[in-house]
Design a binder for this molecule. Structure first.
Ligand code: DC
Length: 213
């Protein structure tokens, strides 16, 4: 049986960094499921389509080669916007659900388990995950973190604009009909508003070790 850790939470809550470090710490495979939605959005745009067009998004999701995702292209602000549009579409979510479940059940490289991060890992993708953590932080702190990331990558965008994007994305992620973002009833909540990356990591390790001992 694969050992699965589900890390969910809103954009820029720190869940990606946390999930990656936990995977390293426990020797598990890691899947950033947001990158799948981003890759679908980017692929629609690259083909000259509109990410809000469900037929185009579904075709892109079905054709997606998960092993050939362009890491740079999917990290832009536009890619994040496109991802949040395609992520509301039930057929798109269904098209990439099995890939995520297979990754968790049979992690690549014969590893003994996996850490998946996203919005619906604990509720839909892996409802039987061994440990579930829902990572949060205030919208202002999350927008500030994302703005710093974008600025460092050379993007010309104001912090106010990033805060507006963050609120809009939260709304879309939480209000969509299919797999809305919400903590699973058995998830541990981890608020990183006032925590450094190090402190958040320490807290997550404490939660995991306690729930598996
Ligand atoms: O975590 P992120 O910013 O890379 O996610 C991009 C978008 O994909 C975001 O709007 C939410 C969506 N997403 C989702 O709906 N379900 C997931 N498991 C992961 C991401």
């Amino acid at each position: 049986m694969s050992f699965v850790i589900a890390i969910d939470g809103p954009a820029a809550s720190g869940k990606g960094t946390l999930a990656r470090r936990l995977a390293q710490h426990y020797g598990l495979a890691f899947l950033d499921t947001g990158s799948l939605y981003r890759a679908v959005g980017v692929s629609v745009i690259a083909a000259g389509g509109d990410p809000a067009d469900e037929r185009a998004a579904l075709a892109a999701a079905r054709a997606l080669d998960m092993s050939r995702i362009d890491e740079r292209a999917i990290r832009t602000r536009e890619a994040g916007e496109a991802a949040s549009l395609v992520a509301v579409m039930a057929p798109v979510r269904a098209a990439i659900l099995q890939f995520q479940r297979d990754f968790a059940a049979r992690p690549p490289g014969g590893q003994r388990g996996a850490v998946l991060d996203g919005r619906d890992i604990g509720t839909v993708v892996c409802p039987d995950a061994d440990v579930k953590i829902f990572v949060t932080a205030s919208p202002e702190v999350r927008a500030h973190r994302r703005w710093l990331e974008l600025k460092n990558s050379g993007a010309d965008v104001s912090e106010a604009q990033v805060l507006e994007d963050t609120r809009e994305r939260d709304r879309r992620d939480a209000e969509r009909a299919t797999s809305p973002m919400r903590p699973a009833p058995d998830a541990h909540l981890l608020d990183t508003t006032d925590l450094s990356i190090e402190a958040a990591f320490g807290e997550a390790v404490r939660i995991i070790d306690k729930s598996t001992s």
